[in-house]
Design a protein around this ligand. Structure first.
Ligand code: SRM
Ligand code: SF4
Length: 562
């Protein structure tokens, strides 16, 4: 097949963001000056778009909006900073530095995200540079954590579990480094480095001066766990393991969750399998996919600018041919893989070297101290344990949980005592363990309703329904978002709740327990009573009619519920 070079229907004018990027002098804009100006707590609109490329968002406290509007005050502006941590692995010392940063410069919480990193909320403008310097001192940064570039690269959690897991995280680091923007803007704006003038003109060899049409996300999975949700991302690599070693990867592309209510031309999509590549070809394959999207993605309409739409607009065969045309070694036929689930296995495991690893449940990823429950302090005490501080690791998972990795026997006992002392690690229902909620209110500017602050209560009520049917131990993936953008990947959950209006959600059912299938609308714009009323009879029928081992999502499909 010859790959047609002409753009499709998007000869329309370029979107404003394209103009911002091309005028930005490789992502500098006027950010350095604007950050110096303390009279206004936010940023101009254009710099507000640019700062995302540096992993930072301008937000405001939406709880305070009505009162401040009444008093004719500006919004209560503050910034959110998102760390770049390929594979989610931090040393204990890095974790401790990030904990301090959250306390000293943020809102005293760390928010573990659905993409294996940490967000700091509530950073006021005068603290933004200090926060970045604290990260830099810990050999961390926020470069490309947001913006129209390749974002944080995810990998199967815990590189210490097996050789294959280690290789997956190593590959995530290589991909992250390869696709990092080359501009020196981040260091100049936030750290104060001088711009190097003279010599070769600055360039972005992979991206070009206007970067990508839209965000781009990569993940690497090690079956049988699909913890990174390969089908929800632009490009994913599924490890094919032989004799304990990764020989290569089955490649999937074109996943994405974002949609807008009432705009059918936007939709969630699960990724397609496009082939297989050997380990040494992963970077070349990724570069071919990224540059096809760079050259053919829609730069006129940002709502249609993700890779999933490029593929649907031109066809999967066209896409595969376009990728292969850029490769010395074309993609080989895909190799088989089998996933068993997309959640985390909570609790302790022991590796072949005799070290212990604890996957700890963190409700909706919020690390905080609240009343007797003091997870934030507990993690500080754990990361500071002598011995562990130099050998261990603190790892974020794609399910908003945290792994305390590489503890010896004594440290394991100490960790358990710390958790008990801080009232962490109490019994958590199976439903709660497999649930995720996006941040939503009060910080997310796009939220239509609550998510993180509401889901815990709703789960208590849904758990009562499950208990009534003897289903308390049943694992069901439940994911909630405060709007249709899909940040907690709700469209591949067995039960998805997508915010529609204040206190109301679309209820979607029928996703697969391994995250490989989209769910389907079951109730629109439902309030809590309507959600519970819809679920109760389904749980009763499921308890009675399910086949051995059948998940709730599979049951709702088989029974024709959706
Ligand atoms: Fe997201 C925008 C939070 C994972 C799809 N997302 C946002 C913003 C930045 C709102 C904004 O643009 O102003 C949210 C900030 C809220 C806050 O106050 O912190 C936000 N997204 C999050 C996080 C923190 C959710 C969480 O609770 O963990 C996740 C951070 C991930 C990270 O570390 O990088 C997060 N966002 C996702 C995912 C899940 C994933 O990638 O696995 C998705 C769906 C997958 C995808 O990309 O298709 C996702 N976020 C979006 C979208 C819709 C994109 C689209 O293609 O339409 C937006 C809106 C946008 O980009 O215009 C968005
Ligand atoms: Fe905000 Fe919507 Fe993402 Fe939730 S899904 S964090 S409400 S953009």
């Amino acid at each position: 097949m010859t790959v047609e070079a002409a753009p499709l229907s998007h000869n329309a004018p370029l979107s404003h963001n394209e103009d911002i990027k091309s005028r930005s002098d490789f992502l500098r804009g006027t950010l350095a000056d604007e950050l110096d100006q303390q009279a206004f707590g936010g940023l101009s609109d254009d710099d507000g778009q640019l700062i995302k490329f540096h992993g930072v968002y301008v937000q405001d406290d939406r709880d305070l909006r009505p009162e401040r509007a009444k008093r004719k005050l500006d919004r209560a502006y503050m910034f959110m900073a998102r760390l770049r941590v390929p594979g989610g692995v931090l040393t204990p010392r890095q974790y401790l530095a990030m904990d301090r940063l959250a306390t000293e410069r943020g809102n005293a919480t760390l928010r573990l995200t659905t993409r294996q990193t940490i967000q700091f909320h509530g950073v006021i403008k005068s603290n933004v540079r200090a926060a970045m310097r604290a990260m830099d001192a810990a050999l961390l940064d926020t470069i490309a954590a947001c913006g129209d570039v390749n974002r944080n690269v995810m990998a199967a959690a815990n590189p210490y579990l097996s050789r294959a897991h280690g290789e997956a995280v190593e590959m995530a680091r290589r991909l992250s480094a390869h696709f990092l923007p080359r501009t020196g803007a981040w260091r100049e704006i936030f750290i104060g480095d001088e711009r190097v003038l003279g010599g070769e003109p600055e360039a972005e060899p992979i991206y070009g001066p206007t970067y990508l049409p839209r965000k781009f996300k990569m993940t690497i999975a090690v079956p049988p766990s699909n913890d990174v949700d390969v089908f929800a991302h632009d490009l994913s690599f599924i490890a094919i393991v032989e004799d304990g070693k990764v020989t290569g990867y089955t490649v999937v592309a074109g996943g994405g969750m974002g949609a807008s209510h009432g705009e059918p031309e936007t939709y969630p999509r699960v990724a397609d399998v496009i082939g297989y590549c050997d380990t040494e070809d992963v970077i070349a394959v990724a570069e071919a996919v990224v540059t096809v999207q760079r050259d053919f993605g829609n730069r006129a309409n940002r709502k249609r600018a993700r890779l999933k739409y490029t593929i649907d607009d031109r066809g999967l065969d066209w896409f595969k041919a376009a990728v292969n045309e850029r490769l010395d070694k074309p993609l080989q036929p895909a190799r088989a893989f089998r996933f068993e689930g997309n959640g985390d296995a909570l609790g302790w495991v022991r590796d072949d070297e005799g070290f212990h690893h604890l996957t700890l449940f963190v409700e909706n990823g919020r690390v905080a101290d609240r009343g007797g429950w003091r997870l934030k302090s507990a993690l500080v005490a754990i990361a500071s344990l002598p011995g562990f501080i130099d050998r261990g690791a603190i790892i974020m998972t794609a399910n908003q949980n945290i792994i305390v990795a590489r503890a010896n026997d004594e440290e394991r006992a100490a960790i358990e005592a710390i958790l008990t002392e801080h009232e962490v690690g109490r019994d958590v229902s199976a439903l709660r363990q497999g649930a995720m909620a996006c941040v939503a209110l009060p910080t997310c500017g796009l939220a239509l309703t609550e998510s993180e602050r509401y889901l815990p209560d709703l789960i208590t009520r849904i758990d009562e329904l499950l208990a009534a049917e003897g289903l308390s131990g049943q694992r069901i993936t439940l994911r909630m978002t405060g709007c249709p953008n899909g940040c907690a990947r709700p469209y591949i959950a067995e039960i998805g709740l997508v915010g529609r209006n204040p206190g109301r959600y679309n209820l979607l059912l029928g996703g697969a327990a391994d995250g490989s299938r989209l769910n389907t609308m079951y109730r629109e714009n439902a309030d809590e009573a309507a959600i519970l009323e819809a679920l109760a009879p389904l749980f009763a029928a499921y308890a009675e009619q399910r086949e051995p081992g059948e998940g709730f999502g599979d049951y709702t499909r088989r029974a024709g519920v959706v």
